[in-house]
Design a protein around this ligand. Structure first.
Ligand SMILES: *Cc1c(COP(=O)(O)O)cnc(C)c1O
Length: 387
């Protein structure tokens, strides 16, 4: 039974927050126009560039991940601009909606939910656009609603070959979980949010802008004020912010980025990969189905299909019995899948616990034998040993 404050968050955001970061949040706020705060912005900006593997400007906005994506769109495009949007889940859908709301001319590239976007579809359309009418390609790297990771490396090559189109990428659940080499892939605009791989509570979002993105911003005519990135860029020149930022979240960010630097990028990516493998292989051992294509599993979240049990009831049982919060399916997937978040501050114990909770719940409902339950734990522990 539940005891207070022992909840294990295994949803794709908000994610668990380390003690050190919680303590930073509890400090008394300081003035955001002080030297101390400027030092903090200098340090977080440098570490954000390290995480993004880029020299590009990275701006911090007080707002959730959607604010950063919307900012990317409205700062670089103009009414009527033609854009290519990848849609293979709920977040892809959201960016189509935002683009349409701002009067952009959207061409959709779709894939079935659970499948990755096909890079060749991008290649074909971009190559045909000899008049260079397509101004941007908008897509989601890790599609949180389905647990699919899209092949951004390949798709970014096709965007680069077009030369004119900007890339506007939702990396909200890929940054901090797998490598997103912004400079190497020449990604123009990359958006993310604090409550995901950053290990801090919701409230901040980040946007990385290339020189090409800044050039495009000179011509953009979409309305904007709070999210006008030129103001953020100007302030960043003296390590400041145009409006009052969530000061305490910046304290937290500074701590969490330092923790990430201590662990090292490679180790962080390996940990997420191990956890992804442990959970997905254990699910298969339990005769559950993975909702996402097995070759395109997100490092941050695993979507699991469950037959003849309502997935909502199943995850509610796990919450009640084990204090582990899992995510449900969205839209038509509600009741059909549950999703296990393994993003950010997650260790091997969390993974073993969630596998045990899933196995036990199936066992209690006579869906599997105790031998199968044991097998799943063995499989998970073996994957946790790989480097
Ligand atoms: C969480 C998430 C977002 C951002 O959502 P907010 O609620 O605005 O922070 C965007 N894209 C993906 C893929 C996400 O998982």
């Amino acid at each position: 039974m539940a005891i207070q404050q022992k909840l294990s968050l295994m949803i794709p955001g908000p994610t668990p927050v380390p003690e050190k970061v919680l303590q930073a949040l509890g400090k008394h706020p300081i003035g955001h126009r002080t030297k101390d705060f400027q030092d903090l912005v200098e340090s977080t900006t440098k570490n954000l560039q390290w995480l993004h593997q880029t020299q590009n400007d990275i701006l911090t906005i007080t707002g959730s991940g959607t604010a950063a994506m919307e900012a990317g769109i409205i700062n670089t495009l103009s009414k009527g601009d033609k854009v290519l949007c990848g849609e293979n889940g709920k977040f892809g859908q959201r960016w189509v909606q935002v683009a349409k709301e701002f009067g952009l001319d959207v061409i959709k590239i779709e894939a079935k939910w659970g499948s990755p976007l096909n890079p060749d579809d991008f290649k074909t359309i971009l190559e045909k656009d000899t008049e260079k009418e397509i101004k941007a390609v908008i897509l989601t790297h890790s599609e949180t609603s389905t647990g699919v990771i899209n092949d951004l490396k390949k798709i970014s090559t096709h965007i680069r070959n077009h030369e004119k189109a900007l890339s506007i990428i939702d990396c909200v659940t890929s940054l901090g979980a797998c490598s997103v080499p912004v400079d190497e892939w020449e990604l123009d605009i990359v958006a993310s949010g604090s409550q995901k791989g950053y290990m801090i509570p919701p409230g901040l979002s980040f946007i990385s802008m290339s020189d090409k993105a800044w050039q495009a911003s000179e011509k953009s005519n979409l309305p904007k004020f709070y999210l006008n990135l030129k103001s953020y860029k100007k302030s960043l020149l003296n390590n400041s912010n145009p409006y009052t930022p969530a000061v305490n979240l910046v304290f937290a960010l500074d701590e969490s980025l330092k923790m990430m630097r201590d662990e090292g990028l490679e180790n962080i990516f390996k940990r997420h990969n191990r956890h992804k493998l442990a959970i997905s292989k254990a699910a298969l051992t339990l005769k559950l189905k993975l909702f996402a294509d097995e070759n395109y599993l997100s490092p941050a979240i695993t979507a699991i299909e469950i037959d003849d049990i309502n997935a909502e009831d199943f995850r509610k049982t796990i919450k009640k019995e084990y204090d582990i919060l899992l995510a449900g399916g969205q839209d038509h997937l509600k009741g059909k899948i549950f999703r296990v978040g393994h993003l950010g501050y997650v260790n091997d114990r969390d993974i073993i616990s969630v596998v045990a909770a899933i196995s036990n719940t199936l066992l209690n409902q006579n869906k599997i034998s105790s031998k199968e339950a044991g097998e799943a734990l063995k499989v998970a522990s073996n994957y946790l040993k790989i480097n």
